[in-house]
Design a protein around this ligand. Structure first.
Ligand code: V47
Length: 358
């Protein structure tokens, strides 16, 4: 316990902790202490603000060249549940979201075998034409790596074309778990850890804002989670481009790892708190309410999270297909405000880049 108290003192005095210390906290710190320390860091960085945005998702297709074992969303081309929206359908979705005060569209989907880089540039241009004031946060590093390499370009050349088309930020997906051995077991074909970092590193150097995620609660252990955080902290020290870290809990419905089950809410809270304590250089920890469900998200607010993502407007299927509680995810601004108030926080609407609005 003396060792734990020593680490706690380091956190309280804003000193960085080592991966070994983080692992010790993981195994031995009581939950209340993790909450206290995470909230200390959270208040230092974000005061009493609880950030949210008005957003929606476009998921152009659930066809995918990869077949990740945790994915409940992908369908083969012959499946009646496969979708592959035409450009006109995507425009229609964008039009349906006009005049709702939306500030961000999150575009992410399967890695389609046939659509090339120019197709995605055109998609961004058309969405921006319909929603000029809305920031486009688009494509995971894995989608980007695939489309850019297929086009025979370097990551930098490809990103420059997408930026020219209107892409303004990159979401954190595709990170899964960075440990190469675990990654090879849960998503053997998917773009590598090195590729994920290459895309984010290049994006940061070009001035793009990006997020980072972890997929936890499957076959990995605490040491793999801490290793994941360590690699992100090192990258952030170099390029400072990550705005938010989003721990994603593995949901086990309808995929080929279903037998594994899901971790407890206590473990979710430990993951959130450890992320906040360890990632002293990433400003925001997002409790993505669509994935946790609203109840766990309320608890997350006492374990270091300062962001709950957005209003969503029933526009994403990734988590409803994986068994999340809300089969039609929608959160109103007044619900978010109530959630903040009851947690002793102040709801603050932000844009994609964490500028405060209204
Ligand atoms: O990379 C897929 C995860 C991610 C499952 O940047 C699963 O603001 C749990 O990255 N159980 C995509 N997770 C979603 C994502 C995201 C979401 C919200 C906000 C942001 C952001 C990014 O979803 C994938 C994968 O890690 N995922 N299947 C599943 N069964």
């Amino acid at each position: 316990m003396q060792q734990i108290e020593h680490i706690a003192q380091k956190v309280r005095s804003a000193e960085r902790i080592t991966p070994e210390e983080a692992l010790l906290l993981w195994h031995e710190a009581p939950l209340w202490l993790l909450s206290e320390l995470a909230m200390e860091v959270r208040h230092r960085l974000n005061g009493r603000k609880l950030y949210y945005n008005r957003n929606f998702h476009i998921e152009p297709t659930n066809r995918c060249v990869f077949n990740c074992r945790f994915c409940s969303y992908r369908r083969p081309v012959e499946s009646p549940e496969m979708w592959d929206y035409s450009m006109e359908q995507i425009e229609q979705i964008a039009r349906s979201q006009a005049e709702k005060g939306i500030t961000e569209v999150h575009i992410v989907g399967g890695v389609h075998p046939d659509h090339g880089l120019e197709y995605y540039c055109e998609m961004i241009r058309r969405v921006k034409q319909i929603l000029p004031g809305v920031a486009v946060k688009a494509f995971t590093a894995i989608e980007l790596g695939y489309m850019i390499r297929q086009a025979g370009l370097t990551i930098e050349q490809g990103l420059r074309l997408l930026i020219e088309a209107g892409m303004e930020a990159i979401p954190g997906g595709g990170a899964e778990i960075f440990d190469e051995e675990i990654r090879a077991q849960i998503c053997p074909e998917k773009g590598s850890t090195a590729e994920w970092f290459e895309v984010h590193d290049t994006a940061h150097r070009l001035g793009l804002h990006t997020n980072a995620t972890i997929l936890y609660g499957h076959i990995e252990g605490p040491e793999h989670r801490i290793d994941h955080l360590k690699r992100l902290r090192e990258q952030q020290d170099k390029t400072h481009g990550f705005d938010a870290f989003i721990p994603l809990k593995y949901r086990n419905f309808g995929n080929s790892m279903s037998a594994i089950g899901e971790v407890s809410i206590t473990e979710d809270l430990r993951m959130l708190a450890l992320s906040r304590i360890f990632l002293d250089n990433i400003p925001h920890i997002k409790a993505y309410w669509v994935m946790y469900g609203k109840t766990t998200t309320e608890l997350a607010l006492a374990f270091g999270a300062d962001d709950v993502d957005g209003t969503i407007d029933d526009s994403t299927k990734i988590y409803s297909m994986a068994g999340a509680e809300d089969q039609k995810p929608v959160m109103s601004v007044s619900e978010i405000e109530r959630m903040a108030t009851t947690a002793g926080l102040q709801a603050v609407e932000r844009d994609t880049f964490y500028h405060e609005l209204r």
